[in-house]
Design a protein around this ligand. Sequence first.
Ligand SMILES: C[S@@+](CC[C@H](N)C(=O)[O-])C[C@H]1O[C@@H](n2cnc3c(N)ncnc32)[C@H](O)[C@@H]1O
Length: 419
Amino acid sequence: MHPNALLELATELLHRVMRFDSPADGVVSAFFREHRALGARERHTLAETTYNVLRNRLLFQHLAQSGKGEMERRLAILGWQGNEGFLRAALNEQEQHWLEQVKKVDRTSLPEKLRHNLPEWLAEPLHAELGNEFWPLVDSMNQSAALDLRVNTFKAKRDDVQAALAQANIQAVPTPYSPWGLRIDGKPNLAKLDVFTKGEIEVQDEGSQLLALMTDAKRGEMVVDFCAGAGGKTLALGAAMRNTGMLYAFDISGHRLAALKPRLARSGLSNVHPVQIAHERDARVKRLAGKIDRVLVDAPCSGLGTLRRNPDMKWRQSPEAIKELTQKQAAILESAARLVKPGGRLVYATCSLLDEENEAIARAFIEAHGRDFQPLPASEILDKAHVSASQTLVRDEFLRLWPHRHQTDGFFAAAWERR
Ligand SMILES: C[S@@+](CC[C@H](N)C(=O)[O-])C[C@H]1O[C@@H](n2cnc3c(N)ncnc32)[C@H](O)[C@@H]1O
């Protein structure tokens, strides 16, 4: 493809993504389906350029002010993640000159907001919470995430999967905390590997694995994954239950639950029952009141812990949207709590970094239900689950994961036992 044609495609893709009306990964996939002739390297350049612009939006928009022509084209030039010579061949003389000038700007001398590339409403609470660790967090969120796998322990052992991957020239090392995890170097295509087609592995961030470990579902139990989505955690819970007992996967989204089906088929689990509910107070939920051993609420949240993978979230979220989410989170937790039987466990989790979606929800819950629910310290649960260095993963009684500290997405979890 002619260099300028690829740059034009990057420009068009940025136009679409930067409407911020739907998630960037979906927009990129739809764009690739429209342009089937694109080769792997071209797709890589387009996707990585887009993500680089999303990560550095404020900085690039500032730098782009000095250039001429379409804004999105200038942003694509600044964020280019392909061959440099190829890019140069796409630029006219004026653009080449502009780019040379822009490269000379001392970025370290720019105002803070152009260096952290976060909206102010997000930068402020993170700064207040983290102090000196704010900048390491910013750096870690601007890098792409490692590829983590969860070994399906119902079907395979971690060592054996690691050896099978090595045979396929894929180097994997055990994840530092989760006893189920392997971390892979690079982003190899896994879909055709035997270990994948036989259901011995699933792609899952180590932090997500730790949420399933916090739930500690056991053989023969009745378990509810209240917000199961496409079932990342459901599959981990089902494997921990050794395919026994009964695991309900609830969600209001039929298409997310549909995406669970092929994963279930690969996993070899037959103890999972996906149920599409209308809302958290659905009659099918009420029927199970007081009967469930473990309930995981992986609540809908701002997703701000996943900025390494979804940098568009920081531009698509707003304080108003988060406020609405917190009301939903409290309502879902309230309903889900009714399912738990005496002696049973309730886990509330998010992939958000914000106190208001995490500790604040957990504390309000315990304030209202302290008589019925006893907090369980996360470090004790994690120790029992053979998670290494559990003390480094918690704050107060809660699990609190940060990309810059733990090389996972940002996660929160609180656990209680029903008295
Ligand atoms: C964080 S995602 C779940 C991710 C999933 N647990 C996984 O591991 O892949 C939150 C899910 O909550 C679902 N949801 C939103 N409102 C809900 C409600 N009122 N009751 C149950 N699920 C809900 C969303 O459809 C979404 O799939």
